[in-house]
Every structure is written in C-alpha cells, then in structure tokens.
Write a protein that binds this ligand. Structure first.
Ligand code: PLP
Length: 392
C-alpha cells in the first residue's frame, strides 16, 4: 500500500506541535516589542531573556553569548565576514575553510576573495573527513578565521571539530563552525567544543524557517553584518522575532530531551545503509560511523539521482540527491567530488535523512521501493546495457 514517507529532514523539518503551541501566545497575547518601555514590551523582553537563557542551558554557554539571526545563512555570513573584517586590522587577511562546506560558507568566502582576502580550501579524505595535516600546513599567523562545518549536510560526516579549533588557536586564528546539521543530532556542549563561533538554524530541528543564532564566545569581537537599532547588544539590528525565538528555545529543549532516541534513529539509518548498499554497483557516501544519526547517502552507478527522486516521489517518498539549496543546479555535488567520487557516479546519489518521527515501517517502505526503482532506471540506461552484455 502506498504511504507518505518524509525522508528529507536535512532539507527542512516540520514544526512540531509542542513548538507551535509554545509560539502561539507570542503572536496573540505577548506580541509586544521587547524594546518598548510599557508593560507589554517589558513582558516581551522577559520572554526573550527567558528563551535566551534556556537556549544557553541546552548549548552549554552563557546567555550573553547568543545572538539571534534569521537562520543558518545569515549566521554563516556574519561569522566569516565579521571575523574577516575585524581581524584585517590586525594584518590577518587569510581565511581557511573546507571544500565540502555549504554554499552559505563557500560563497561568503568567494565574496571575501573579491575583497582582497586570500582563502584556502582544505581537502577531505574519501569519507569526507577534513585533512588535518593539510589544515595544519595552511593555517598561519595571517589567518583570521578557520571556518569548518560540524557535520556535512550531504554525506553526514562529522568533523573533528575540537582538533580543528586547536589548530586554529595555535596560530591565533578564530574557529567558526557551521553546526546547522549537527545541532539536535549531536550532543553539543559549547563549554567543551573549543570553537569561538557556532551557527545553527531552527528549521532543521522542528522550529520554523527564518530563525537561527550565532554563538560568539565571550571576549571574541567581530564586526557587525546587519546595522540597525540597539538589539542584540548593538551587534545585530532588527526587532527580535520573538515567536520564532521562543519556538527555537522549545525546539532545542525537545531535541536535548530526545537525545536518547537518536540511537533508534541511528539503527534505522544503519538498516537502510545495509539494505541499499546490498544493491549491486552501489556504495555509501560519507564516513561509516562518524556520521549524523539520521543521514544516509548512497551512490548508485548507471542512474541519475534526479530520475530516482521523481520515481520515489511518485511512490510517496520525499528524498533528495544532496543539498536542497543547490538542487536547482544539475552540476554534480561539490561535496562528492571533493571526496573523490568520479563525475559519473556523483550524479547517481540519493540522500535520505531521517528524524525522530521516522518509523521502522517507513524504513521498510523505502527499502521495498528503492531496489525496483534502481532496476527500472538501469534498464533504461545504455551504459547499464553494456555492463549486462559484458557479464554474459
Ligand atoms: N549550513 C548548512 C550545513 C545547511 O545544511 C544549511 C541549510 O541547508 C544552511 C547552512 C543554511 O541554513 P538556512 O536554511 O537556515 O539559511
């Protein structure tokens, strides 16, 4: 029987009922502007302070280290541009990032190159783990910031972020991590991670789209990206999006409470990996164990990922080939190419991203559907015909 299975949680997640319930009073009753001097404004300011404190408790940082933004893209832009602009005055005009970052980071770095900054793009191994030796060799006392993601959004590999921070700090550079995919899926304790800045986004963890934050460790000073009023300690102008901030706080608390359930999610992920890599001419993309608990990325030779998505969609399964933000482009994934996957194979990848809402029956349904779709598409491929002929 046809089911609906949402397996694209790395692209976005539905807002959970509990998060929505927490937000609703801020639209109707507690709608004041936290900067207003009257009682409604003071009440809104209390709600804002409370949300910030609760988020700090979840992340293991101080409340005054959290700055609300419109999401992951803004946080990435702010951290890197803000650090680059600030550190330029100290003669630091070099930025280090990796080849597998999200475009919010890569395009920010490219924009800074046009402003005269030099950028080093560090490579990764075949599992997508950043090459620490290369990193050590490129970070110098001219480096302003090392920007490397906590976990990759396409292949799910988790990076050795504590070591990356140590390498950055050894040369006096700042360390920023885009943790948009990691938060909610990895238990992050900012008091131990060693990073100076961290970006997260609400819509990846059952809060709405358009809310995120940048953690900036106390004592670290970066330039502003968005000028305006005195909000966020004069570091990020704009009236605070109180309902969404309250939603983000609740979503982070729920994600923390549900950490033990990630074992179940990881077991479903492993079952999918086992079943899908048993299909001939398929292989896992990303690290086998150092990976996000809900993320599966499998490459199938002799087929186009986009065709597979269409057939899966007709079967009621929402999946993706890589990152949603670059899905309009038919270029092969820069992440897969960086791991050494050849062009022709990089086109046949399938990303399935699970969540706490995913069930074993959903996983069974995906498994039942993928193999026949792969077979059907291969039977239409002239390249596959050659493989079959050569085997005879
Ligand atoms: N960074 C990573 C790793 C992501 O996966 C995404 C979204 O897919 C972003 C940044 C952008 O976040 P947002 O959609 O909140 O702007």
């Amino acid at each position: 029987m046809k089911r609906f299975v949402y397996a694209d949680n790395a692209a976005t997640t539905p807002v959970s009922r509990e998060v929505l319930d927490a937000m609703l009073p801020c639209f109707e009753r507690d709608f004041g502007n936290p900067s207003s001097q009257h009682s409604l404004g003071i009440e809104a300011k209390d709600i804002l302070d409370d949300a910030r404190a609760r988020i700090a408790a979840v992340l293991g940082c101080r409340a005054d280290e959290i700055y609300f933004t419109s999401g992951g893209t803004e946080s990435d832009n702010w951290a890197i541009k803000g650090a680059a602009m600030r550190m330029r005055a100290k003669g630091r005009t070099h930025i280090v990032t990796s080849k597998i970052e999200h475009h919010a980071v890569l395009h920010t770095c490219e924009a800074l190159e046009k402003e005269g900054f030099e950028v080093s793009y560090v490579g990764v191994d075949s599992d997508g783990v950043v090459d620490l030796n290369e990193l050590r060799s490129v970070v110098t006392d001219k480096t302003a910031v090392v920007a490397i993601m906590y976990a990759n959004n396409e292949i799910g590999t988790i990076e050795p972020i504590e070591e990356i921070a140590e390498i950055a700090h050894a040369k006096g550079a700042l360390c920023f991590t885009d943790a948009v995919q990691a938060v909610g899926n990895v238990d992050i304790d900012l008091s131990k991670s060693g990073v100076d800045m961290l970006a997260l986004s609400g819509h990846k963890l059952h809060a709405p789209k358009g809310i995120g934050l940048l953690y900036i460790r106390k004592g670290v000073v970066i330039s502003n990206l968005i000028e305006g009023g005195g909000q966020e300690k004069r570091k990020r102008g704009g009236t605070e999006n109180l309902p969404y901030i309250v939603g983000l706080a609740r979503a982070l608390e729920i994600a923390k409470e549900k950490m033990p359930d990630l074992e179940r999610v990881a077991a479903m992920r492993d079952r999918l990996i086992e079943a899908l890599t048993a299909i001939p001419y398929s292989s896992l993309n990303g690290h086998r164990t150092k990976r996000l608990p809900g993320l599966v990325n499998v490459g199938f030779e002799f087929i186009e990922g986009e065709s597979m998505l269409m057939w899966l969609d007709m079967a009621g399964i929402c999946a993706s080939t890589g990152s949603a933000c670059s899905s309009a482009s038919l270029d092969p994934s820069h992440v897969l190419l960086a791991t050494g996957v050849p062009h022709e194979r990089a086109h046949g990848s399938l990303r399935l991203s699970l969540s706490h809402d995913t069930t074993d029956a959903d996983v069974d349904y995906i498994i039942e559907n993928v193999a026949p779709i792969v077979e059907k598409l291969r039977n239409m491929s002239p390249l596959w015909e050659d493989v079959v002929k050569n085997k005879k």
